[in-house]
Write a protein that binds this ligand. Structure first.
Ligand code: AMP
Ligand code: MN
Ligand code: MN
Ligand code: MN
Length: 279
């Protein structure tokens, strides 16, 4: 059965593969389609689309955006986005600026806690991409402040932990609105990690179209749970590994079995969206 992977990060956020390397890796794994979904960035999409054409792999342009509800983080994926449409790139710049500001504050906090990490070192790990907590966590491990990336988050970087700094308070409803303006299909990413199933009806009202049922953090029981929700709420089902190349303990691409058939639903939704948008 042909397989796909609709959740992959590159060097333009916190992954370690270039767009070309991500496509090549997908080809080696015999995936038929992938989506590049960098955090708050579309900088790798043109290159990924070109590489996909060259190597005969379908590349779905995507993005992953974070939002907050209280202390909970909700991530929303946007598929088939038309990122040059309207105000989307300007909005992305706002998110990138908030991220940069958060990173400075976070590094200051770490310094105060006796775990100095130099900004230039972080930049070296992400020479062209947006900087995420994962880059900082990797350096914390490298410096021996913590024994693993998981520890870095659990002890210091997660909400409620001493080095946590919020980026910018933005609701998932606003993120969905922003994605819809760019004609993207908004999908609730790895819902199991957010523990906020209660929000799903309101997210649907705001325009949510799908839910990421298959994900590295979802075991078979979790998959069955979200499949049921998707069916009941008439949501599209998507899936991806959330591969960050070698930035995490394992290279995850292709490790989550996602059937190609799911892409048909996404494409139909995109077509419908195009038809209903006034030109
Ligand atoms: P940011 O978007 O800068 O707040 O950073 C969040 C990123 O850190 C996520 O996209 C993940 O890649 C990574 N991350 C968050 N929590 C963990 C964790 N417990 N273990 C490994 N990586 C994590
Ligand atoms: Mn990430
Ligand atoms: Mn995420
Ligand atoms: Mn992700």
């Amino acid at each position: 059965m042909p397989r796909i992977d609709l959740h992959i990060h590159t060097i333009f956020s916190d992954g370690t593969y270039t767009p070309e390397e991500a496509v090549l890796q997908a080809k080696k794994l015999r995936l038929v389609a992938i989506s590049i979904t960098d955090h708050d960035s579309v900088a790798g999409l043109d290159r990924a689309l070109a590489a996909g054409k060259g190597m005969g792999i379908e590349v779905v342009p995507g993005v992953e955006m974070s939002s907050d509800v209280g202390e909970d983080e909700i991530h929303i994926l946007g598929y088939f986005l038309d990122w040059k449409k309207g105000d989307f790139l300007r909005q992305l710049e706002r998110f990138q600026a908030a991220r940069a500001n958060r990173n400075q504050k976070l590094l200051k906090k770490l310094d105060g806690l006796g775990m100095g990490v130099d900004y230039r070192e972080v930049r070296k790990l992400a020479p062209r991409g947006v900087i995420s907590r994962l880059h900082i966590a990797r350096l914390m491990v490298e410096k021996g402040y913590v024994s693993s990336i998981g520890d870095a988050f659990e002890q210091w970087l997660n909400p409620g932990r001493p080095a946590y700094v919020q980026k910018m308070k933005v609701s998932p409803f606003d993120i969905i609105g922003l994605l819809l303006e760019a004609e993207a299909i908004p999908v609730f990413a790895h819902p199991f990690l957010s523990h906020r199933d209660d929000l799903i009806p309101a997210l649907i009202k705001a325009g949510l179209k799908g839910i990421e049922v298959y994900h590295s953090a979802h075991n078979p029981r979790v998959v069955a749970h979200y499949k049921r929700i998707a069916q009941k709420q008439h949501l599209l089902i998507t899936g991806g590994s959330d591969c960050h190349g070698e930035a995490k303990d394992k290279v995850l691409m292709g490790k989550v079995r996602v059937p190609e058939a799911l892409l048909i639903g996404l494409k139909k939704a995109k077509e419908k969206m195009k038809c209903s948008t006034p030109t």
